[in-house]
Design a protein around this ligand. Structure first.
Ligand SMILES: O=P(O)(O)OC[C@H]1O[C@](O)(COP(=O)(O)O)[C@@H](O)[C@@H]1O
Ligand SMILES: [Mg+2]
Ligand SMILES: [Mg+2]
Length: 327
């Protein structure tokens, strides 16, 4: 049985990277433990304040954020931390070589109903060693990520990770407290008949996205000539996990509900790490047209439309958007 520690020893080229990943995954064990206790640990409900995005914070959003921040601040390899829940990046150890970005608790609306939630993380290189990190140090395209992954706190706790051109998965053994390797080469089939979208936003979508979903709903009777099935976890981490396990398409497209926001999901804490995992598992990830990993960020909290998963389906969505742009 291979553990996460064995895997990192064998595959991580940089001991600093192993060390930072270990810190994040150790905090994941604490969050997993708190979620197991649920209401008994007094972790449910609202924190009573808003984050920088203007969203109501849940108690667990704040708790998970603080646990990660405290642990990473003590890690000598971590030069700074940026979080969905914090207005600005927090400098850590100026001599560190890595920057860590995270969505401490993804799927916040699932916390109080005992459904799947997760932690998403991304690791970037730090180039100004010796000086305190600032927001601008984090503004690197997703293709610069040295590692990315997520912890899914579901019926079991699973870690998905990429530190090279491969994607692997571990399951947290509650008896030993070790992450045990359960898949050493995650691959996504190019075709799928399963899709995930919050269809209540239909009237706010752009015409090509409406057309795409209309076609899927028409199934056998429409131009696609086969039936499709919807699955929606309401936590990106759960939807992406399903896609890494059995393929599918996930989208949170551009919509006009909040015209001043480019999309709902955050580039640095959600879209980039998930896109790296999906691409390295053979899938594709776009903002409907462009590759997410090539977007040059201008703000650590910027949002982006997301279409990711089985390659042929992601490309089909892109074709519809390109055709519309030219019509
Ligand atoms: O229920 P909605 O508003 O459609 O949003 C669901 C989406 O929002 C998110 O929960 C956003 O993440 P947070 O919970 O970290 O804010 C995604 O995980 C999920 O895909
Ligand atoms: Mg999230
Ligand atoms: Mg979150």
């Amino acid at each position: 049985m291979s553990t996460l520690a064995n895997y990192l020893d064998a595959h991580a080229k940089d001991p600093a990277l192993s060390n930072v990943i270990t810190t994040v995954t150790e905090v994941g064990k604490t969050i997993s433990g708190l979620l197991k206790k649920g209401a008994l640990a007094d972790i449910l409900g609202e924190a009573g304040n808003q984050n920088v995005q203007g969203e109501e914070q849940k108690k667990l959003d704040v708790l998970a954020n603080d646990l990660l921040l405290d642990a990473l601040a003590k890690n000598t390899h971590c030069a700074g931390v940026a979080s969905e829940e914090l207005d600005d990046a927090t400098p850590a150890n100026a001599d560190g070589s890595l920057l860590v970005l995270f969505d401490p608790l993804d799927g916040s609306s699932n916390i109080d109903i005992n459904m799947a939630v997760g932690t998403i993380f991304s690791i970037l290189p730090y180039e100004r060693q010796g000086q305190n990190s600032e927001n601008s140090d984090f503004l690197q395209a997703g293709n610069q990520q040295l590692a990315a992954g997520y912890l899914l706190y579901g019926t079991s706790t699973v870690l998905a990770l990429t530190i090279d051109d491969n994607v692997v998965m571990f399951s947290l053994d509650p008896d030993s407290g070790d992450y045990i390797l359960i898949n050493d080469h995650v691959q996504i089939a190019a075709d799928t008949s399963e899709y995930a979208i919050n269809a209540s936003n239909y009237r706010y979508w752009l015409a090509p996205m409406q057309q795409y979903i209309d076609e899927l709903i028409a199934g056998k009777t429409g131009v696609r000539g086969r039936d499709f099935n919807t699955r929606w976890v309401a936590a990106m981490v759960g939807d992406v996990h399903r896609i890494l396990c059995r393929g599918g398409l996930f989208t949170y497209p551009f919509d006009t509900k909040y015209p001043n926001k480019a999309g709902k999901l955050r580039l640095m804490y959600e879209a980039n790490p998930m896109s790296l995992l999906i691409e390295r598992a053979g899938g594709a990830a776009t903002d409907a047209i462009n590759r997410i990993l090539d977007i040059e960020p201008t703000d650590i909290h910027q949002r982006v439309p997301v279409v990711l998963g089985s390659k042929n389906e992601v490309n089909y969505v892109k074709d519809l958007h390109v055709q519309h742009a030219h019509s």
